[in-house]
Design a protein around this ligand. Structure first.
Ligand SMILES: C[S@@+](CC[C@H](N)C(=O)[O-])C[C@H]1O[C@@H](n2cnc3c(N)ncnc32)[C@H](O)[C@@H]1O
Length: 429
């Protein structure tokens, strides 16, 4: 067949590439561009070349093999990209692929291609691809960019767009993206905080990852119905008040397994993952299993409580230090030396906390705030004193935070009733 006289027509289809083996012959700049585009999908990429562009070599999710091409290299591959700098070698690769019934894309020679790479925009489960039958790649990119802009504006993603135009990439430029400590990473987990409950406190970055997730392992202390809007599978692994839905070992195992299967995994925690969230343990377990971890911080319930009830955790005249403490197991431990103490998981230990602090020299009349269900409509607040906590349980709703210190007295009288969730008659001052 005379290729020159043939009118090329490329049919746009979407191929399932998950875990499929894709081979690049040639590891230079041309390959790099195509690898960048492909690495947004979950293929297993191998590059065979005698020399590599440093960015190709540094790419942690691909395998680089230093050798000259031979036809046996193609065995077992689903797709092949011929990207060497020799037209002769690229044509030979094409012929070898056809003998082995493997689809091949020959760089810069569209007439020799079984498939071409369109200009792609991918967000979550939406993929927009633009091609020009291999006639005008630049035009395809321009059209793709225009569509992307319209799409993101209509989705209310203006913030994200302007970040990207300013050179940020929400997915990859995270300052808290932990580098892989292993040459052969076996997947990745996003460890993200949801905040204390109100989805309005979710970060844009966590929202972006949730949109793209294949599977979301989530805690109980967050707005679970809100997660319905994300297309990925939801798995509840929440623990509440000792009712352990899943054991920590089981959760660790499920995270590793899902990441190794090549899924985009988000582990979503209430508040911030690193504040009494076992985020540190899960991160270590994942890294030990050669799974990369990216941590997206969340707004801890302590900060949200302070904001909701106008309680400054530090105050120039009332407190210059703050400590977050677990109220769960107080046996044999002394309390931190700080002006403001915030107790997590202390709902059933109010009396023990009170006695312990007074024994350690805290004034019995130190103000205390009991703040429950922060950022939820059922939220309640009671202001009391340290020596009142054993009289009766002033507030028993959970989840509950207990804030102790003079900063509690700085809650403005007229601040509280203006808050949407505040129940005024519960305040006893
Ligand atoms: C296992 S800790 C998780 C803390 C979470 N990582 C954070 O940063 O807020 C659970 C405790 O956090 C506090 N907590 C979490 N969400 C809360 C909320 N919405 N209102 C009040 N306290 C909350 C309670 O003290 C609860 O017992």
């Amino acid at each position: 067949m005379n290729l020159e006289s043939t009118q090329m027509e490329f049919l746009p289809i979407s191929i399932n590439i998950t875990n499929k083996k894709v081979l690049f012959i040639g590891g230079g700049k041309v390959a790099l561009q195509k690898i960048k585009s492909l690495s947004r999908f979950d293929a297993q990429i191998t590059v065979v070349s005698t020399a590599f562009d440093p960015e190709v070599e540094a790419h942690k999710e691909i395998t680089c093999i230093t050798k000259s091409y031979e036809s046996a290299d193609l065995d077992g591959y689903f797709l092949v990209y011929a990207c060497t700098d020799s037209n002769h070698t690229n044509e030979m690769i094409r012929e070898d692929c056809h003998k082995k019934n493997i689809l091949v894309c020959v760089a810069d020679m569209p007439k020799l291609c079984d498939f071409i790479s369109p200009a792609i925009y991918k967000t979550g489960n939406t993929t927009i691809s633009v091609s020009s039958n291999a006639r005008n790649a630049k035009k395809s990119v321009e059209i793709r960019n225009q569509i992307r802009k319209i799409y993101e504006q209509s989705e209310g993603h203006l913030d994200k767009l302007s970040r990207e135009e300013n050179g940020y990439n929400m997915k990859t430029d995270s300052p808290v993206n932990l580098p892989s400590h292993h040459s052969g990473s076996k997947g990745k987990v996003i460890l993200a905080g949801f905040g204390p409950g109100d989805p309005g406190l979710l970060t844009l970055k966590a929202n972006q990852h949730l949109q793209e997730a294949d599977i979301i392992f989530h805690d109980a202390l967050l707005d679970v119905p809100f997660l319905d809007r994300f297309p990925g599978q939801k798995v509840s692994v929440g623990k509440r008040c000792g009712k352990h839905h899943k054991k920590q070992d089981e959760i660790n195992h499920m995270l590793v397994e899902a990441a190794q299967e090549g899924k985009k995994v988000v582990r979503l925690k209430g508040g911030d993952p690193f504040i009494f969230g076992r985020g540190g343990e899960e991160m270590s377990h994942l890294l030990d299993n050669r799974i990369d971890v990216e941590v997206i911080p969340g707004i801890t319930s302590a900060f949200a409580a302070a904001a909701q009830y106008g309680l400054p955790l530090t105050h120039r005249k009332a407190g210059s230090s703050v400590a977050f403490c677990s109220g769960h197991d107080l046996s044999g431990k002394s309390f931190p030396k700080a002006d403001t103490l915030v107790f997590f998981m202390g709902a059933s230990k109010q009396c023990e906390i009170s006695k312990g602090l007074i024994e350690e020299g805290w004034a019995p009349d130190t103000p205390v705030a009991l703040l429950s269900n922060i950022s939820n409509p059922q939220s309640r607040a009671v202001i009391s004193r340290l020596d009142q906590l054993c009289q009766e349980k002033l507030i028993i709703d959970t989840p509950l935070l207990i804030v102790v210190g003079q900063t509690v007295s700085r809650i403005p009288q007229d601040f509280l009733p203006t808050h949407e969730y505040f129940v005024n008659q519960d305040i006893e001052q």
